[in-house]
Ligand binder design. Sequence first.
Ligand code: SF4
Length: 83
Amino acid sequence: MAYVITDACTKDFVCVAECATAAIAPQVSDPASATVSQLYINPDECIDCGNCATICAQNAIFVEDELPADKAEFAAKNRAYFQ
Ligand code: SF4
C-alpha cells in the first residue's frame, strides 16, 4: 500500500520536503517540474508515513485503499510515472 497523489495537486512542492524517502517527484529543481500536471508518489519508495497527506492543503493525497472512486485511476498513474 502506498499514498497516491491525485489531480487536485497544485504542485506547491510542500509534500516533497516532507517525504523522508524522496518518494515524491519531480523535485522542484527537476526541469520536468515545469511541465507535469501534478506530482507523483513512487509506490516502491513510499513507506506509508502519511506526512504528505497531512501537509497537503489541497487534500490531493490519499492512501491507495481510501482513494475516492472517481480518483481510482491515479494509483496506476502515480506508478506509471516511475516506469
Ligand atoms: S506517505 Fe510518507 S513516504 Fe509516502 S510519499 Fe508521503 S511522505 Fe513520502
